[in-house]
Design a protein around this ligand. Structure first.
Ligand code: SF4
Length: 288
């Protein structure tokens, strides 16, 4: 079998391998397009990318148009290729479906009904480089954190249980020295990874590096529409300027991001201005 390598923008998970209702969900983080493989095609994809027991699988199962199927996966950017791939319009590959919201909702239902995980939150650290007035994270404590190895074991564990999405937050997760190793580990396990951050560490260099991991989304906390409101809450002078400039850099690099505005008594009157600022910055807004 030729060299098979999964594309760097792909998140994927296979459920019910070997069963009639086997399903593989694939997400292209570049286009944000979901693809669903079902039945024998789903099993085949699993063995193909895990490079295990593929020969044995093929000796028991007949896949029509094997080469064309692999080529189709390359065409759809699911498998990496340094060649220009032509779409096979005359193949009868029936089990690749471009997924719409209805199918995604059915898929979530299927995952939960089969006792798999869908989305997992991981607090990487209690520590933070801000000192917000409303903080829940006990950022100055020396509470024990998971070691790198323990984080890897945790990730292995949730992958075995079928997790598709991993949201990494803290404290401020980017202050861990092993932050990139952990992101890389999670991505290599096929997880779709989202980062929650206060943006203070998001230098241009760090964003350049993050870009290579094709995160699903970066959610940045913003507490006000100007430095007076924001910096008074974070208690870090200059944090507003730094965080908003990080958001601009994310948008310049076309990195999917969302601004998260937590409404507290110190910024409640600023909400409308934050909405305007998000529009200006070109980012989506969520608030709680
Ligand atoms: S950014 Fe989040 S974790 Fe850090 S101090 Fe503020 S609320 Fe706490």
């Amino acid at each position: 079998m030729e060299n098979i390598e999964i594309s760097k923008y792909i998140a994927h998970r296979t459920y019910n391998i070997g069963k009639k209702d086997s399903k593989t969900l694939v997400l292209n983080e570049k286009t944000k397009q979901y693809i669903l493989l079902e039945g024998i095609t789903s099993d085949f994809f699993f063995y193909l990318i895990n490079n295990e027991n593929l020969k044995e699988f093929l000796s028991f199962n007949k896949i029509n148009n094997l080469k064309e199927f692999i080529n189709e996966l390359r065409y759809m950017d699911i498998l990496a290729s340094d060649k220009v791939i032509a779409k096979y319009s005359d193949t009868d590959i029936e089990d690749i479906k471009i997924v719409n919201t209805v199918i995604i909702n059915n898929m979530k239902k299927f995952i939960l009904e089969n006792n798999y995980l869908w989305l997992v939150h991981l607090n990487l650290t209690y520590r933070c480089n801000q000192n917000c007035v409303h903080c829940y994270s006990n950022t100055n404590s020396d509470k024990k954190e998971l070691t790198t190895q323990e984080v890897y074991e945790f990730i292995d564990n949730i992958v075995t249980k079928g997790a598709f999405f991993l949201i990494i937050h803290g404290g401020e997760p980017t202050i861990r020295t092993d932050f990139f190793e952990i992101v890389e580990y999670a991505r290599n396990k096929g997880l779709s990874v989202e980062l929650f951050t206060n943006g203070l560490n998001l230098t241009t260099e760090l964003i350049e590096k993050l870009k290579c991991y094709w995160l699903h989304n970066i959610t940045v906390s913003l507490y006000g529409s100007n430095d007076e409101v924001h910096d008074n809450i974070t208690r870090i002078v200059g944090s507003f300027d730094f965080t908003t400039s990080a958001i601009k850099t994310l948008n310049k690099n076309n990195i999917n991001n969302t601004i998260k505005f937590r409404i507290i008594k110190e910024n409640i009157n600023d909400f409308e201005y934050v909405k305007d600022l998000c529009k200006k910055l070109g980012s989506k807004l969520v608030y709680d």
